[in-house]
Write a protein that binds this ligand. Structure first.
Ligand code: IMP
Ligand code: MG
Length: 186
C-alpha cells in the first residue's frame, strides 16, 4: 500500500471483477447498435481503458476534458470544456464514461451539452457514485460501486493530480492534506 493511503476502500481485484460485469452488461444492451464511448478526462482514463476490453462490440472511443472551476475537493458546478470531442455524435448511441458522480453538477452539464448534439441515445456509466453528496438529480444507467461520503483517490482519481496510478481506490491520510496546506502557505 502507498505510504500516503490510510485505507483501501475497493481492492484492485474487486474493481476488476466489477468492470468485467459492467462490460458484459453493456455488451448485452447494445447488441446491433452503433455505440460510441465518451471518456471524461482525466479521471475516467483507467476505467475506460479496462472497460472497453470487456465490451465485445465494434465500439468507437472519444475523449472530452472538462474542468470545474474552483480547486480543492469540491465541484463548483461551473464547467469549462478544455478538450471537445473529435467527432460528431448525431444519430449515434452514446455512453458517457465517468469516474465518479459526486454533486452531479458536472454530469448535468455534460448531459445538457451532449444532448444538444442529437445522439440517438445518451446513457451514463460511472465507476463510483457518492449519493450522499448529490445536489442535482442524476440518472445513472451503469454504476460500479456506491461509496460513502469520503474523498477517494486511485484508479484514475486524483488529489492535486497525484495518486491516479494506484491500482485500488483508497482514502488518504489526513496529514497529506495538511502537508499540501503548508506548501500552499509558503
Ligand atoms: P461533481 O460535479 O461534483 O459530480 O464532480 C465530479 C468530479 O469531481 C469527478 O469527475 C471527479 O473528477 C471529481 N471528484 C468528485 N469526488 C471525488 C473524489 O472523491 N476523489 C477524486 N475526485 C473526485
Ligand atoms: Mg473527473
Amino acid at each position: 500500500m502507498h505510504e500516503d493511503v490510510a485505507e483501501v476502500l475497493l481492492s484492485a481485484s474487486a474493481i476488476q471483477a466489477k468492470v468485467g460485469e459492467l462490460g458484459q452488461q453493456i455488451t448485452r444492451d447494445y447488441q446491433g447498435k452503433d455505440l460510441g464511448l465518451i471518456c471524461i478526462l482525466k479521471g475516467a482514463l483507467i476505467f475506460m481503458a479496462d472497460l472497453i476490453r470487456h465490451i465485445e462490440l465494434p465500439v468507437t472511443v472519444d475523449f472530452m476534458a472538462i474542468s470545474s472551476y474552483g480547486a480543492g475537493t469540491k465541484s463548483s458546478g461551473v464547467v469549462r470544456i478544455l478538450k471537445d470531442l473529435d467527432h460528431p455524435i448525431e444519430g449515434r448511441h452514446i455512453l458517457i464514461v465517468e469516474d465518479i458522480i459526486d454533486s452531479g453538477l458536472t454530469l448535468r452539464y455534460l448531459i445538457e451539452n451532449l444532448r444538444s448534439r442529437r445522439p440517438a441515445s445518451l446513457r451514463v456509466c460511472t465507476l463510483l457514485d457518492k449519493p450522499a453528496r448529490r445536489v442535482v438529480e442524476c440518472n445513472i444507467d451503469y454504476n460500479g460501486f456506491q461509496i460513502p461520503d469520503r474523498f477517494v483517490v486511485g484508479y484514475g482519481l486524483d488529489y492535486n493530480e497525484r495518486y491516479r496510478n494506484l491500482p485500488y481506490i483508497g482514502v488518504l491520510k489526513p496529514e497529506v492534506y495538511q502537508r499540501e496546506l503548508q506548501v500552499g502557505q509558503r
